[in-house]
Design a protein around this ligand. Structure first.
Ligand SMILES: *[C@@H]1O[C@H](CO)[C@@H](O)[C@H](O)[C@H]1NC(C)=O
Ligand SMILES: *[C@@H]1O[C@H](CO)[C@@H](O)[C@H](O)[C@H]1NC(C)=O
Ligand SMILES: *[C@@H]1O[C@H](CO)[C@@H](O)[C@H](O)[C@H]1NC(C)=O
Ligand SMILES: *[C@@H]1O[C@H](CO)[C@@H](O)[C@H](O)[C@H]1NC(C)=O
Ligand SMILES: *[C@@H]1O[C@H](CO)[C@@H](O)[C@H](O)[C@H]1NC(C)=O
Ligand SMILES: *[C@@H]1O[C@H](CO)[C@@H](O)[C@H](O)[C@H]1NC(C)=O
Length: 614
């Protein structure tokens, strides 16, 4: 085949497409965490239309010869409507049409239980997955669409991985093989044509990259093991560099990785190890630093001693960040909660600091572009914490030690809406179901029973006086998350000795209720405390805190209306002179005062003053 240039391919794929969503993933090996857990996280950063529901897919037995349907995944709400997989939350409601499959594959005898948001997230064997869309040099069209060739989206692959895998390695190989055999398509018009995942189990973690092959009927994929003492960050761009097909302990990949690159003249044997990102990535999407800034930010928090540069020429050809690195300290799930709330505070990229764009109270949120941004070209920094996130989670795949202490499998820490205004709340796969506050609810319908709206409400009310309110929010998050961490440990032990799953389930559900209630209450408290520009505390009401000095200067407060004019000398018969300004104001509280004042003062100014006061 003739070799079309990469530039041409990019043009064909991307012309006219707006690429601006994204997701951030952290993955941490077991020797780099405080308790030997393997951690994988994911933020689902849509445009206020992604589906924030957390649901449980129950384990199931299947008849020999049955098929597993595969669907097109819209990612917006509802992500699926139908009865497959037996999730009540997905059953058709009035006006909803069941989704039609775009194909099917042979079913297995038994499928495992798991939790999912838009993607399969964690299963009963502690296999966890975090997702981030990437650019890729090839794109494909889903089956069912005109000229469609590919059966699998990453959403469907992650579900099937959950249903069938007991380890991260099995999950990676299964997803790769399915995509090679049936084709792979990317998230579509608004995002990249490729995908990356971090996949964990209780022992190890892999980074997985996938894109369609040039025919559209197959796929190109590679996975690299994250060393136990290291962490990695995925931020909407591939990160895997040199892949070594002979190092099967650390790499797994499709044959197409090398065959396609060779066919297109992008790599030959003499070149040595193939650089996956250089060959198959299409670089950062949306704008420069869209991916790199988040990688820098994550490493700035976890490995400040490495001092990775914040600047580079082109992240694809200039790999300033390694595939993985060793954090400076052992990380916990709670550290990842903090990382996902990061707006680069305290650095020169701080979105919430003293910038005019954030307003007087330093809101870190920069809303989506409208018509004005079409005229005034520019970009905002892309932070890790983001207002338009539909949900963020951290999967904690726990060590054999933790399991021996009674551990009830992996913990899923789930926070709907923007993580900076939300609370990470623990779930286990063995709960009989996810409670309605987390299982239902979405952006198209305001709902006071949903955790999504509780968190979205708090985040938005905080805009009244962000730099103040964020402190109240942080205190509440800290409290509720610490209580949850203690609860998880306590319930492990309780289960070990009692084997009473009903008790455990009840305690998890009560904790969920408490979190949702507390978050709604927090919104009311914030409204009370910051209403109408004051700071109101029950024993110190209507504190007039004003605006910060830097902001007053920036908006030229000093150039506003001047102080009232000084009464001319002529009107102060007794003393007069500029130093006697205060006498130009006469307090007039009674008619007697007025008469007295009038007897002292003469002239129109005094009369005006009198008339105004009465
Ligand atoms: C499908 O492919 C054919 C042949 O390449 C092309 O003419 C047609 O426009 C395509 N249809 C769509 C909807 O893209
Ligand atoms: C991880 O920890 C184990 C047990 O403490 C140790 O044997 C192993 O060498 C460590 N591996 C790495 C890569 O640090
Ligand atoms: C992989 O192993 C094969 C066979 O042992 C060898 O020919 C090849 O050069 C090796 N490739 C690399 C990249 O080391
Ligand atoms: C939430 O965002 C604000 C930025 O305005 C920041 O000050 C605060 O520390 C963030 N929370 C966390 C836990 O990082
Ligand atoms: C958790 O669920 C699985 C089936 O999904 C079951 O085999 C296991 O016994 C359950 N564990 C507990 C502690 O209930
Ligand atoms: C009330 O708030 C103001 C401004 O925040 C503060 O200066 C003052 O000390 C507070 N008074 C009491 C009694 O706490």
């Amino acid at each position: 085949m003739k070799s079309p240039s990469k530039v041409l391919l990019r043009f064909l794929l991307l012309s006219g497409l707006q690429l601006a969503n994204g997701c951030t993933v952290f993955v941490v090996g077991k020797n780099a965490t405080i308790d030997g857990s393997v951690l994988v996280s994911h933020s689902n950063d849509g445009e206020f239309d992604t589906d924030p529901r957390l649901v449980k897919v129950p384990a199931a037995g299947h008849e020999a010869g049955s098929r597993r349907n595969v669907y097109f995944s819209p990612e917006s709400y509802p992500r699926y409507v139908g009865k497959d997989r037996n999730v009540q939350e997905y059953y058709p409601k009035s006006n909803e049409q069941e989704f039609k499959p775009i194909g099917s594959i042979p079913q297995v005898e038994h499928t495992f239980a798991y939790l999912e948001d838009t993607y399969g997230a964690v299963n009963e064997h502690q296999v966890g997955i975090g997702e981030s869309t990437c650019s890729g040099v090839f794109g494909a069209i889903p089956l069912g669409a005109p000229n469609g060739t590919a059966l699998f989206s990453v959403d469907q692959l992650t579900q099937i991985a959950m249903e069938r895998s007991k380890t991260a390695r099995e999950a990676v190989e299964l997803m790769g093989d399915l995509a090679v055999n049936h084709g792979f398509y990317g998230a579509g018009e608004f995002e990249g044509t490729a995908e990356s995942l971090a996949v964990s189990d209780s022992q190890e973690a892999y980074i997985f990259h996938i894109l369609p092959d040039p025919t559209g009927y197959s796929a190109i994929w590679a996975a690299q093991r994250v060393p136990d003492d290291s962490m990695a960050i995925l931020a909407n761009m591939f990160i895997i560099r040199q892949v070594d097909p002979n190092d099967s302990e650390n790499f797994v990949m499709s044959d197409s990785v090398h065959s396609v690159a060779k066919e297109y003249g992008w790599w030959k044997e003499d070149d040595g190890l193939l650089d996956f990102t250089k060959v198959y990535s299409d670089g950062e999407y949306a704008h420069k630093y869209y991916s790199g800034r988040r990688m820098w930010g994550g490493y700035h928090l976890a490995a400040p001693s490495k001092n990775f540069p914040a600047d580079y020429t082109d992240l694809q050809s200039d790999p300033v960040y390694p595939v993985y690195t060793k954090p400076d300290f052992l990380l916990s799930a709670k550290d990842l909660f903090r990382f996902h709330r990061y707006y680069y505070q305290g650095t020169k990229y701080d979105l919430g600091g003293e910038t005019l764009a954030g307003g007087p109270f330093g809101s870190p949120d920069r809303w989506k572009e409208g018509p004005a941004e079409a005229a005034v070209k520019g970009n905002w920094e892309r932070s890790i914490g983001l207002y338009r996130t539909s949900d963020t989670y951290v999967v904690q795949s726990r060590s054999s030690e933790a399991m021996e202490k009674g551990g009830l499998g992996a913990i899923m820490w789930f926070a709907p809406a923007s993580p900076n205004g939300s609370v990470f709340t623990p779930f286990i796969v063995n709960l009989s179901d996810i409670p309605p506050s987390f299982r239902s609810g979405h952006q198209q319908k305001f709902d006071r029973t949903s955790m999504f709206w509780a968190a979205c409400f708090a985040h938005n009310v905080a805009q009244l006086k962000w730099s103040y309110a964020v402190k109240d929010i942080e205190r509440r998050q800290d409290h509720l998350e610490d209580v949850s961490i203690a609860l998880v440990q306590g319930l492990d032990i309780a289960y070990k000795y009692s084997k009473d799953m009903d008790y455990v389930e009840d305690a998890y559900l009560k904790n969920v209720e408490k979190v949702v209630f507390s978050l709604w209450s927090l919104s009311d408290e914030l409204m009370f405390k910051y209403a109408s520009g004051f700071v109101n505390e029950p024993d110190n009401m209507s504190q007039m805190v004003g605006y910060p000095q830097w902001w007053l200067k920036a908006v030229k407060y000093e150039d506003g209306p001047p102080p009232p004019p000084t009464t001319p000398k002529c009107c102060h018969p007794e003393k007069g002179g500029p130093s006697e300004k205060k006498h130009s104001f006469l307090r007039v509280e009674t008619i007697a005062d007025a008469q007295h004042g009038l007897s002292m003062l003469t002239g129109k100014a005094a009369m005006r003053h009198f008339l105004k006061q009465n």
